[in-house]
Design a protein around this ligand. Structure first.
Ligand code: PGA
Length: 252
């Protein structure tokens, strides 16, 4: 059985005070739940140390939102995988659509970053997903397969050990518009099948998260789909009660 995973992507939000408050609420709420799911929060780099200290005694794990594809050295403004590990991170988001569209991260960079993360013992949360134009042109499967195959090719057809895939339709991110459970399940099945073409064990074990305007109101229907193994949560991860409702739904 795949253990559900809920990951909060805080993006470029938060302050020392707001983060202390948010984490206080989330850890208190999680303390009374069973430990049937993994819970991760991905703060901005500047707050990693604060968050790692604060979650020390709790079951919450910490992830970065991005990493450099390079080893430590002369790369101003970048953060190496080793540094995330050193700070206490277990996960890292790779190839989020905001990185792809705003910072030019093409498939090959996303593939390379997945390798670098994995070699540093981080669990990459590899994001894939089509934009609205691509969906309207019926190219969703083609785009998601292309993004995924680039990552698989980087490792001779095998998914990096323990790697997580997040399907995030770009048109659903931060828009309040969510994929229907049927739309999400269709793409999740395709993701699992694509991995299964060259890595049957990887396909069985990979956790495939759905992301894009997940909220307490739509989470149950999404999580009842057989190939949805959790969520990558943006906006709702900044509100303790919403994030906890989503975690609860994943436990059921
Ligand atoms: P959202 O963001 O939940 O605010 O749509 C999801 C994401 O970008 O990971």
């Amino acid at each position: 059985m795949r253990k559900p995973l809920i990951a909060g992507n805080w993006k470029m939000n938060g302050s020392r005070n707001s983060i202390a408050e948010l984490l206080g609420g989330v850890s208190a709420g999680l303390a009374v739940l069973d430990e049937k799911i993994d819970v991760v929060v991905c703060p901005p780099f500047a707050y990693l140390a604060q968050v790692v200290n604060a979650v020390n005694e709790s079951r919450i794990q910490v992830g970065g939102q991005n990493l450099s594809s390079h080893s430590p050295g002369a790369y101003t403004g970048e953060i190496a995988a080793e540094m995330l590990v050193d700070q206490g991170c277990r996960y890292v988001i790779v190839g989020h659509s905001e990185r792809r569209t705003l910072y030019g991260e093409v498939d090959e960079i996303v593939a390379l970053k997945s390798r670098v993360a994995s070699q540093a013992t981080l669990i990459p949360i590899i994001c894939v997903g089509e934009n609205l134009e691509e969906r309207d042109q019926n190219r969703t499967i083609e785009v998601v397969r292309r993004q995924l195959l680039a990552v698989l090719q980087e490792n001779e057809g095998r998914l990096f050990s323990g790697a997580v895939v997040a399907y995030e339709p770009v048109w659903a991110i931060g828009t309040g518009r969510t994929a229907t459970p049927e739309q999400a399940q269709e793409v999740h099945t395709e993701i699992r099948n694509t991995i299964g073409e060259t890595d049957s064990e990887g396909a069985r074990e990979v956790r495939i998260l759905y992301g894009g305007s997940v909220k307490p109101e739509n989470v149950e229907a999404l999580f009842s789909c057989p190939d949805i193994d959790g969520g990558l949560i943006g906006g709702a991860s900044l509100v303790a009660s919403d994030f906890l409702s989503i975690c609860k739904a994943a436990e059921n």
